[in-house]
Write a protein that binds this ligand. Structure first.
Ligand code: ZN
Length: 468
């Protein structure tokens, strides 16, 4: 299967400046009005990605935020104000209707569709310049912030070139060689001499190159800002723990910052470059919650991502020459709230208490199994998921544990049964091919068309920053 591989735009810059009027702010939609752009040229771009977000995921997070008394999600507030350009985006890769994150983010980065699994390598083997290179050449800084390993596919595609997305040791080296200014997330194992295949001490190499190394939330929040214009923050060996597990475990919370905390620090560092910056912020574990069909994990990580929209809005109040793009790269898992009971009248009574009752991800309960005695483990699972673990089930878990991978988490997922407990169900554990939501505001946002292929976002950013 082949899909168009080249961005089709190039005529938009001349027309974008027509949208000069301020849009009035509608009352009751938050304290921070979004402004229409006065110019088509941006100094900065903030690119927010809820990775693997079905529209159903966003919906249940929005419902749950209201249930918690937090009001509607920031993303919904943007639409209520009618002050953003809203679009649907097609997400195909070159070789599949259903993309992976590597091909999707490469399309944003280069404007060209490539095959799933590669990062900025064309279908004919051409090495494609990632957008970091062009942004850097313009005198601006770049930053990559994520809840996954910082070397994972979505952030990598903004700055790296590898034939296979799994080459994360190489990606960690390329970030240093290419001088990506701010890197915050998980994935310490790809920077440590003890765990890299080549045993190179990249943490030391980054420090020698002038990066400030941050290895805990406390260091992120309390280290002296301005000590360096370059940051390497690595807060976990692999992906950061899910938000639901961070919130339930003080030891994790003291080690791992939230996504919006990382974003704030990235902004305060990047903005020191008065020529501007490109910052990509990824709620990367929304995708993992979809793969795992884990409703508790996905709701809380989507809410954590949503907090970053508020940060972006606040930043734009002080810096209106900033283009903000909010989207996802593809759906994942087909997450949906389904009607429950006769006339669907038991939906709310199932969904809200069901989510309230979940206190851990399946992944966390899998990782806790090897270090706990049966009694303590049964008490943990009972408390966090209300599943009784008797002797027979405990032995079943041990059998699955021997298989490795996500076998234990999958068995716990089956026992939990998200549809019966919450009304939320799934189409699969795979990515999905739906058109996805996108919105943008700030200079250049008027050039986002109501329906667009993912490659167009490259041109939107390039034209807004005057890179072409
Ligand atoms: Zn995925």
């Amino acid at each position: 299967m082949k899909y168009p591989t080249i961005s089709r735009r190039g005529f938009l810059a001349a027309t974008a400046s027509a949208g000069l009027l301020w849009t009035p702010v509608i009352a009751g939609c938050g304290a921070l009005p979004v402004q229409r752009a006065r110019s088509s040229k941006a100094r900065n771009v903030i690119f927010l990605v809820a990775d693997g977000m079905n529209t159903g995921t966003w919906s249940i997070a929005d419902y749950y935020m209201q249930h918690l008394g937090q009001g509607q999600s920031e993303w919904v507030k943007l639409y209520q104000q009618q002050a953003v350009t809203r679009s649907l985006m097609e997400t195909c890769s070159a070789d599949s209707r259903v993309t992976d994150s590597a091909a999707a983010a490469s399309a944003w980065s280069t404007g060209i569709r490539i095959n799933n699994g590669a990062i900025n390598i064309g279908i004919d083997g051409t090495v494609l310049a990632p957008i970091h290179e062009k942004v850097q050449r313009s005198g601006r800084s770049t930053g990559l912030v994520t809840t996954t390993r910082v070397t994972h596919a979505t952030p990598a595609a903004f700055a790296a070139n590898v034939v296979s997305r799994g080459a994360e040791d190489t990606i960690a080296s390329q970030y240093l060689d290419r001088e990506v200014d701010v890197l915050l997330g998980g994935g310490e194992k790809h920077f440590s001499a003890a765990t890299r295949a080549d045993h190179a001490d990249l943490k030391l190499a980054y420090q020698n190159a002038g990066y400030q190394l941050l290895e805990s939330r406390d260091q992120l929040l309390n280290s002296v800002e301005g000590a360096s214009s370059r940051l390497l923050g690595l807060f976990w060996p692999s992906h950061l723990p899910y938000t639901i597990d961070r919130d339930a475990n003080p030891d994790i919370a003291s080690q791992v910052p939230t996504l919006q905390e990382m974003m704030r620090r990235a902004l305060s560092t990047l903005e020191r470059n008065r020529d501007g910056f490109l910052l990509q912020v990824e709620g990367g574990r929304v995708d993992h919650g979809g793969h795992a069909n884990d409703v508790g994990a996905i709701v809380h990580d989507q809410i954590a991502f949503d907090e970053c929209i508020a940060v972006a809005r606040a930043y734009c109040q002080e810096n209106p020459d900033t283009l903000v793009i909010v989207t996802t790269d593809h759906g994942c898992g087909g997450c949906q709230l389904n009607g429950v009971g006769a006339g669907y009248k038991n939906t709310d009574a199932t969904f809200f208490p069901g989510i309230d009752a979940i206190g851990a991800s399946y992944e966390h309960l899998q990782s806790a199994l090897p270090s706990m005695e049966q009694e303590a483990y049964a008490a943990l699972v009972e408390q966090r998921l209300q599943i009784a673990i008797d002797e027979k089930r405990y032995q079943q878990l041990q059998v699955e544990r021997a298989k490795g991978g996500y076998a234990v988490a999958n068995l716990i997922k089956k026992w939990h049964g998200s549809f019966a407990r919450t009304g939320v169900n799934w189409t699969s554990g795979n990515h999905t091919g739906e058109y996805v939501e996108l919105c943008a505001w700030g200079p250049g946002s008027d050039s986002v068309e109501p329906w667009l292929p993912n490659t167009d976002l490259h041109d939107v950013m390039e034209q807004a920053l005057g890179l072409s």
